[in-house]
Design a protein around this ligand. Structure first.
Ligand SMILES: Cc1cc2nc3c(=O)[nH]c(=O)nc-3n(C[C@H](O)[C@H](O)[C@H](O)COP(=O)(O)O)c2cc1C
Length: 317
């Protein structure tokens, strides 16, 4: 298995990161991924009640992960969330050494995280944003194509196109995300110049992930055309096609206003789909790669199967 600058930067064996995932990137998942030699990531609201205290929830998730592994793990901070400053306090107080930041300006929190001894990897969806993140001092960028589950960049660049251009534009390490679920995708990402991969959807369909069983089974059943992008007016988001996306599509077609769409989505729609298992009514973030995922396995098996198949995939080229 290839070692890259990402391994040295993060203190991990294999350059594989489990992406932050709102509501479902829980301590047990992160710890299992880290135990397998990759980097697990906790989301602040993992497994939380809708009205829960996100700051205290993060602290308890971090403590749980520490009780399960001595290996490094990280935290994902979507920088636009109102509690971001308090969440950074928790990260630093608890001694977490890696943060992935997303959905916002890296200038906001990178200096404070770096002063606290935290390595920062920022998620970008264009060359311009990658250059900006490098200028603001992040340690690496995660170049995420619009194959990815969850929120995507407005320009909807695919991973295959985005990664090599970001690699050419910055000198810090680049991690590829979006559309990767196995050793084939891992090798392809490295061929494009990435020094690691981040996967979300593949890690949802694992025993340790707190996602509802209905969500995991939906991933296993999904075909190549099982996901779609909605919300182009507000922020493109990839999820499983269901009654919720059909309603959004219908609203888009008749030109519904952003206000009407927001009112329909309401609060906690993705929690409903992902954690409560109401997979028709709720929003279910999911990557287009779901079509290649055919079973629910342990998080360690996901990492080990990439490590074990790596040489065979390279030899077959
Ligand atoms: C269910 C789900 C929730 C996600 N939530 C977040 C999030 O809260 N913050 C974030 O930075 N990325 C989020 N992502 C993106 C992942 O971290 C990761 O970059 C992405 O899933 C990679 O693409 P893939 O789904 O093709 O593996 C989410 C992805 C999924 C599938």
């Amino acid at each position: 298995m290839k070692r890259t600058r990402i391994c040295d930067l993060l203190g991990i064996e294999h350059p594989i990161i489990q992406g932050g995932m709102t509501w479902i990137a829980n301590a047990e998942l992160a710890a299992a991924v880290s135990e397998a030699g990759a980097l697990g990531i906790i989301s602040p609201n993992a497994a939380m009640r809708l009205e829960g205290d996100v700051v205290e929830n993060l602290r308890s998730q971090i403590r749980k992960a520490k009780s399960l592994t001595d290996k490094p793990f990280g935290v994902n901070l979507p920088v636009q969330i109102p509690e971001c400053k308090e969440l950074i306090d928790v990260v630093i107080e608890e001694g977490v050494k890696v943060v992935t930041t997303s959905a916002g300006n890296p200038a906001l929190h990178t200096p404070r995280l770096k002063e606290g001894g935290v390595k920062v990897l920022h998620v970008v969806a264009s060359v311009r944003h990658a250059k900006g993140a490098e200028r603001h001092g992040v340690d690496a960028v995660i170049a995420e194509g619009y194959e990815a589950g969850g929120h995507n960049g407005f320009d909807e660049l695919p991973t295959f196109v985005l990664v090599p251009q970001v690699v050419e534009a910055v000198s810090i390490p680049v991690v590829a995300a979006g559309g990767i679920a196995d050793a084939r995708g891992f090798v392809a990402a490295l061929a494009l110049g990435a020094e690691g991969v981040q996967m979300g959807t593949r890690f949802v369909a694992t025993h340790e992930c707190v996602a509802h069983q209905n969500f995991k089974e939906m991933i296993v059943k999904a075909t190549d055309t099982g996901t779609m992008i909605t919300g182009r007016k507000l922020g493109p988001t990839r999820g499983i096609k269901n009654e919720f996306t059909a309603k959004l599509l219908e609203m888009d077609k008749r030109g519904a206003s952003a206000e009407e769409i927001l009112a329909f989505i309401g609060v906690g729609r993705s929690r409903m789909g992902q954690l409560e298992g109401k997979v028709q009514e709720g929003e279910v973030y999911c990557g287009a790669i779901a079509g290649v995922i055919s079973e629910i396995v342990s998080a360690g098996e996901v990492v080990r199967s990439i490590v074990d198949s790596y040489s065979r995939v390279v030899a077959n080229l």
